[in-house]
Design a protein around this ligand. Sequence first.
Ligand code: PLP
Length: 401
Amino acid sequence: MTSTERGIAAAEAHSAHNYHPLPVVVATAEGAWMTDVTGRRYLDLLAGYSALNFGHGNRRLLDAARAQLERVTLTSRAFHHDRFADFCTRLAELCGMELVLPMNTGAEAVETAVKTARKWGYRVKGVPDGRAKIIVADNNFHGRTTTIVSFSTDPEARADFGPYTPGFESVPYGDLAALAAAVDEHTVAVLLEPIQGEAGVLVPPAGYLPGVRKLTRDRDVLFIADEIQSGLGRTGRTFACEHEDVVPDVYVLGKALGGGVVPVSAVVSSREVLGVFAPGEHGSTFGGNPLACAVALEVIELLRTGEFQQRATELGAHLHHELGPLAGGGAVDAVRGRGLWAGVDINPSRGSGRAVSERLLARGVLVKETHGATIRIAPPLMISKADLDWGLDQLRHVLGV
Ligand SMILES: *Cc1c(COP(=O)(O)O)cnc(C)c1O
């Protein structure tokens, strides 16, 4: 047995098989590169589903974490700590909002947004108790909790996990008329990904997000943008909504907010909306902990200069310039995306998304398929152009183009 085989067998022996990882056992990582237990190097074109926008082992993020490790790591929210105010203030500033409610994982932040919208609906909008409705989009991905999978349209994510939480209605993504028809007097929120990541990096038609903004404003409904994957630089802007000059009522953030170091998520909104919470009504032991705040503060600092957004714009243009011509050429059916983020639909003649991912692994490139036939390309935003080009060469090679 090789050390890779041993590592995989050991992992499979005592873990639930809720994932099907590629056969590589990572030992170390730096920047856009990971090294496995045999010393082989791989270019990371997944970046932890965009949790690693600033790269592996980012010096500034590690220094911030290290310094905080020596000071205090956890207080619980029973007490104040001296990183909390700065974190909330800076994050609110970055979002152009007023209040922040910190959590840990993305799913928890989505749950928090759902609770926020319902409470806002009852207390501010005046929806009769127990009647609040939240509209979501088909093929959404917002996490894995029982409530969130209740409004998933993906049978794999949902089956066998009922009974399902009521109060949600799903409409086709990108279809403004369907959304307008679904809004009624009990609707408290529309919850959307401005670009659907897990669905295959689906960019909605131009005008859709502004249409959602206008509709929700006109009908006194909250627009909740789940920017957990699309936000914090990935698309070339701090938020994907910015591409269409849209400001939602609520941002849901996660993934890159923790810099790939610790899980950090947050709901960010106005005083009118997040102000609905009173002590005891919601919380988390770890949410807003000192270590999380210290790392996230440095993430916010990295984003404030705009250099990562600029890089994602420039390298993203290059990425799409290189990938675009592949579409329709036999190997690739379609390419979508924005900034340094692309979904590449592989033509079945070249094998499944999984097969292509395995062939890329063999050539030293790490990606992961989504929904069978789509390869997602989302490298750390600090990747060099030369490395990205090398990765694209490997992709063309395994596709035979
Ligand atoms: C990853 C993701 C989530 C869930 O985040 P977790 O940290 O895995 O719970 C929610 N929404 C979107 C858009 C995501 O990409």
